[in-house]
Ligand binder design. Structure first.
Ligand code: SAH
Ligand code: SF4
Ligand code: F3S
Length: 442
């Protein structure tokens, strides 16, 4: 048998990269690689990268720079760059950082083992194809190891929306949905290995339209209803959704499927119709607000999360005010705010830019509002009873920490709670980053 080699993986970007890193590590596991959390003892370093904003991409190059001494000390150390920077930059990465041996895009990572073998024979390997075959079919079966109570599961990948600021349609390619039977089989396998909560992933997960077990096209709602039938699976979430794909059956599922959690990430990006149009979002602010009302009518305790971009090219102070107004009106339990970042090759990068100090100012003001809303949503949980899925031991002796139905971190001090338990908890306090509670009676 070949000697064990060590693999160090570092993941940037979205949850899909987290999922992809797990699958790549499994594929390389079949080649004899075991994972290590120390880069300095690795035989292979794999950076799974994100290209969404300039800073994210630059981080990769500085990380590679820091790895240079490791490569000097151990010349047969393999350095691989995967993910969206790999897709966007390809060969350029080898030119800019010659310590890299292998560059693999998000749709080609089932070829990783074969590429690694090529590098072992000397030279480099680059693959940024969008192959016709399904990469998930070519990945090795998951090893049957037990795992923690929560997992991601990619059901849809790629994007056809082409928002004017975004690289994802270029790095991840066109929208593709996995067949429902494959998703269900993977979900059952995860549950057998201890998983209790699955978050379905897609760049536009609610545009899911995979072939169903009955041969018909299944929507995300149909898929969620089928997943809810799996014994032992206690919770279902999904992310990220586009407002225009929020179909009636999905909204209805929020009211009807008990395992579907009352939390929804539904980015709107801006509250100004003018900016939304320039962003190519294909809906206005009022339509978004009406949509949120309909979802909340189906599930009144839904906690809403969003993404916002400030300083998009052409955004005026009045446009920004419209974003503040929308946030005030909608009320978010959680939101992510970003300064617009120019991405080469996207339409918005060619337009007149908003000065950096205006972006900074708007970011600060929006963040202040959102922090206030987040805080209020968290504080409002005090006195309520919620479900908590326990994930790990807390910092205090005898304490366990988990996530509430609404995705708040909750700590509880009570004997006899095990990892993977879902219990009813009465919330008694709201701290800076988490809630505290007691097990509810009964
Ligand atoms: N598919 C998802 C997520 C895309 S990336 C969606 O449609 O919502 C996650 C977030 O990054 C986006 O929602 C957007 O707010 C932000 N983002 C994307 N491109 C950006 C850019 N060029 N500059 C700043 N933020 C950006
Ligand atoms: Fe990017 Fe827009 Fe597609 Fe989301 S919907 S991935 S923001 S292009
Ligand atoms: Fe980043 Fe690619 Fe995800 S650009 S956000 S890693 S899809």
């Amino acid at each position: 048998m070949a000697p064990t080699r060590k693999l160090f993986v570092k993941t940037y970007g979205c949850q899909m990269n987290v999922y992809d890193s797990e699958r790549m590590a499994e594929t390389l596991g079949a080649q004899g690689y075991v994972q290590t959390d120390r880069a300095d003892e690795a035989d292979m370093i794999l950076l799974n990268t994100c290209h969404i904003r300039e800073k994210a991409a630059e981080k990769v190059y500085s990380e590679l720079g820091r790895m240079k001494p490791l490569k000097m000390a151990k010349p047969d150390l393999r350095i691989a760059v995967a993910g969206c920077v790999a897709q966007a930059e390809g060969e350029e990465i080898l030119r800019r950082q010659p310590i890299v041996d292998l560059v693999v895009g998000p749709q080609s990572y089932h070829r990783l083992a074969e590429m690694e073998a090529r590098v072992a024979r000397g030279g480099t390997a680059v693959d940024t194809d969008f192959p016709a075959e399904d990469k998930f079919d070519h990945l090795v079966a998951r090893p049957r190891a037990l795992r923690g109570p929560t997992a991601f599961l990619t059901v849809q990948e790629g994007c056809d929306k082409f928002c004017a600021f975004c690289v994802v349609p270029y790095t991840r390619g066109a929208e593709v949905s996995r067949p429902a039977a494959k998703v269900l089989a993977e979900a059952r396998d995860l549950v057998d290995r201890g998983v209790r909560e699955i978050t379905l992933l897609g760049q536009n997960v609610n545009a899911y339209h995979g072939v169903g077990e009955d041969g018909a096209d299944w929507t995300l709602a149909r898929l969620i209803r089928a997943l809810a039938g799996i014994d032992g699976l206690l919770r279902i979430r999904y992310t990220t959704s586009h407002p225009n794909d929020m179909s009636d059956d999905l909204i209805a599922a929020h009211g009807e499927v008990e395992k579907l959690m009352p939390y929804l990430h539904l980015p709107v990006q801006s509250g100004s119709d003018r900016v939304l149009k320039a962003m190519n979002r294909k809906h206005g602010a009022e339509a978004y607000r009406r949509l949120v009302d309909r979802i909340r009518a189906a599930r009144p305790d839904l906690l809403l999360s969003g993404d916002f971009i400030v300083g998009f090219p052409g955004e005026t102070e009045a446009d920004f005010q419209a974003t503040l107004d929308l946030v005030e009106a909608v009320g978010y339990g959680q939101a992510y705010t970003f300064k617009y970042s120019e991405r080469p090759g996207t339409p918005a990068a060619e337009r007149a830019q908003v000065p950096e100090d205006a972006k900074d100012d708007r970011l600060r003001r929006l963040q202040a509002l959102i922090t206030r809303q987040q805080r209020a949503a968290q504080d409002a949980m005090v006195g309520r009873e919620v479900g908590v899925l326990f994930e790990k031991a807390g910092r205090m002796p005898g304490q366990m920490v988990g996530k509430s139905d609404h995705l708040h971190a909750v700590h509880v001090a009570a004997p006899g709670i095990a990892q993977g338990d879902l219990r009813r908890v009465r919330i008694v306090e709201s701290g800076p980053n988490s809630l505290g509670g007691d097990l509810a009676a009964g």
